[in-house]
Write a protein that binds this ligand. Structure first.
Ligand SMILES: [Ca+2]
Ligand SMILES: [Ca+2]
Length: 326
């Protein structure tokens, strides 16, 4: 598989450009998901086992591994994986610039496999989530890319600006689908009054609301307008896990996207119809879903602008036909 070989080659490149320390200010604090990752540690005593070690069975052999995450001065993390006896099995390469987070989950991506994966959710800004799914390939901890076979591109990290990244087997075929949601940003939604913007930005962002960053932030604050301008929840893209030696996601082309998106949208519409006589909470209509293909170009462009703003233009799509990768 030529493409898979390229994934491996590409994995050696420094894909994630260093973002400024600026966005660290916007990291949200999330509670750790349960304590299930912390169980069973008392049965073992090796120096690698820490109170905050993540216990995860990457290779699916029924025995947990010990993952230690160390935050470096840069704000990025180092990761080291050990067996229960304390022998090092794998590490995260320095080329992967992942921010620290406590908002992670241990997930299955193939219902028929016992392998576990680490869903690592990072928060570059308000209601902005970047996610990588980590696995172990050889002695390396690596993010799993999504391949778009039509565009011949690879994609990472996943991005979500509305609610949570949906991770689940929507069509019950055993392989997990990952759904990215973004805001609609309707073209004609009312913008926040100019006179309110400056104060709001100063309130929320302090000194970061002035200077060169202020212009982009002003655009976002005006258009979001206390959430009124965010519109519907848009199904940006759907990816399906493919469990091979080098695992990857496959970005679903339009016909397959529609099968999954159609299910999600009709489920929500069914709920709305059945609950027609109930009192709708404020903002209920903004939870309506829509297809990305139904967005105005201006709204697509604004989504792109918001993503680039908060992630400091970090690239997330890479050509797999680029000869420089050979
Ligand atoms: Ca194991
Ligand atoms: Ca599925």
């Amino acid at each position: 598989m030529k493409i898979l070989r390229k994934i491996l080659l590409f994995g050696l490149l420094p894909l994630f450009v260093v973002a400024g320390g600026f966005i660290l200010y916007f990291f949200l604090t999330f509670k750790k998901i349960g304590n299930s990752t912390l169980l069973n540690k008392n049965n073992y005593s090796n120096s690698k086992l820490k109170a905050d070690s993540i216990m995860i069975d990457f290779n699916g052999d029924g025995v947990k591994e010990v993952l230690n995450v160390i935050e470096k001065e840069t704000g990025f993390v180092a990761m080291e994986l050990f067996d229960l006896e304390g022998n090092k099995i794998a590490g995260l390469s320095d080329v992967w610039l992942l921010y620290n987070t406590t908002f992670f989950k241990i997930v299955k991506l193939n219902e028929k496999s016992t392998k576990e994966y680490l869903q690592w959710n990072m928060a570059p800004g308000p209601h902005q989530i970047e996610t990588v799914f980590l696995t172990v390939i050889g002695d390396k901890i690596e993010p799993i890319f999504s391949i778009d076979f039509e565009k011949e591109t690879m994609y990472s990290p996943f991005y979500n600006s509305r609610g949570e990244l949906l991770v689940g087997d929507i069509d019950k075929d055993g392989s997990i689908e990952v759904i990215e949601f973004v805001d609609e940003y309707p073209v004609n939604a009312p913008r926040l009054d100019d006179s309110e913007v400056e104060n709001l930005i100063r309130d929320q962002f302090g000194d970061l609301g002035v200077g060169s960053e202020a212009e982009g932030m002003t655009e976002i604050v005006k258009r979001e307008n206390y959430g009124k301008g965010r519109g519907k929840k848009v199904i940006m893209a759907i990816h399906r896990f493919v469990d091979e030696e080098t695992p990857y996601f496959r970005r679903l082309p339009p016909d397959e996207y529609e099968v999954i998106a159609g299910k999600v949208i009709s489920a929500v519409e069914g709920i709305i119809k059945e609950s027609a006589d109930m009192t709708k909470p404020e903002g209920w209509e903004t939870d309506s879903f829509m297809r990305y293909s139904d967005l105005e170009q201006d709204s697509k462009d604004f989504n792109e602008f918001v993503r680039k703003f908060w992630t400091h233009n970090k690239p997330y799509e890479f050509s797999i036909t680029d000869e420089s990768v050979e």
